[in-house]
Design a binder for this molecule. Structure first.
Ligand SMILES: CC(C)(COP(=O)(O)OP(=O)(O)OC[C@H]1O[C@@H](n2cnc3c(N)ncnc32)[C@H](O)[C@@H]1OP(=O)(O)O)[C@@H](O)C(=O)NCCC(=O)NCCS
Length: 208
């Protein structure tokens, strides 16, 4: 049945664009955020052998599955349901950022990221997240980008905060991981500037 609200962004807004390569600066030096290539499957396999990535991304990753995972992103771009980028530092894959969900009609996206163990603690995830978010808002017109991390994953909370994703609240018992249910902390960044915290209404503002 037809919806009664016009789409905020038309179908085709993403698919008509070529997936970009983005440059970012991190404390680790330059970061390149680029589309996946078939040769990256090995790095994806290595990533999912890490217990922390397994814990938070809850996905099996055999060699065949890594090939398929890398190969599936162009289809997600073409049907405008998501997008994935490799994050490269010093000429090697150090992590990933992806749009795990995208809804053009409502101009929102949900973002996910991981960084390989050897590259952590150098500000790579916040730099890559900021670059993808900035592009998404400036070039695609997305108005709201959000992410959710387990309340037991403080490192991810820091990434979100450093990339300008403000905390919004906690969804209780929302995600099921291998060790059971987790409460998820939601953060979001809006395209328009966030309002400055004001002094609050004074006597004139409320008409007194
Ligand atoms: C969360 C994650 C993406 C952070 O990426 P990163 O590039 O290391 O991000 P940062 O360098 O900004 O570090 C973020 C926080 O990680 C912690 N950290 C610092 N050094 C670290 C290290 N060597 N190893 C692990 N965590 C470290 C710190 O709390 C840091 O916050 P701080 O800068 O305020 O001290 C990465 O740790 C990761 O991939 N973890 C496993 C998967 C995961 O959690 N994905 C997100 C699911 S929502």
């Amino acid at each position: 049945m037809p919806v009664l609200v016009a789409p905020e962004l038309p179908a085709g807004r993403l698919a008509r664009l070529a997936q970009p390569t983005l440059a970012a600066a991190s404390p680790a030096g330059p970061v390149t955020v680029r589309p996946w290539a078939a040769a990256d499957a090995r790095a994806v396999l290595d990533a999912y052998a890490d217990p922390a990535i397994q814990q938070w991304h809850v996905r099996s990753m055999t060699p065949d599955e890594a090939d398929a995972w890398v190969a599936h992103w162009p289809g997600r771009w073409a049907d405008e349901t998501g997008a994935g980028w490799a994050v490269e530092v010093d000429g090697a894959v150090a992590g990933q950022v992806s749009l795990r969900r995208l809804r053009l009609a409502e101009a929102w996206a949900e973002i996910s990221y991981w960084v390989l163990p050897h590259a952590r603690g150098r500000g790579i995830a916040p730099a890559a997240l900021d670059a993808v978010t900035g592009w998404l808002m400036a070039e695609v017109g997305v108005l709201r980008a959000s992410l959710a991390h387990s309340t037991r994953n403080p490192a991810s909370c820091r990434v979100a905060t450093k990339a300008g994703y403000l905390p919004e609240g906690t969804l209780r018992r929302q995600a099921r991981h291998a060790d059971g249910w987790h409460d998820m902390h939601v953060h979001a960044r809006l395209a328009e500037p966030e309002p400055e915290p004001g002094p609050g209404p004074g006597p004139e503002a409320d008409g007194a």
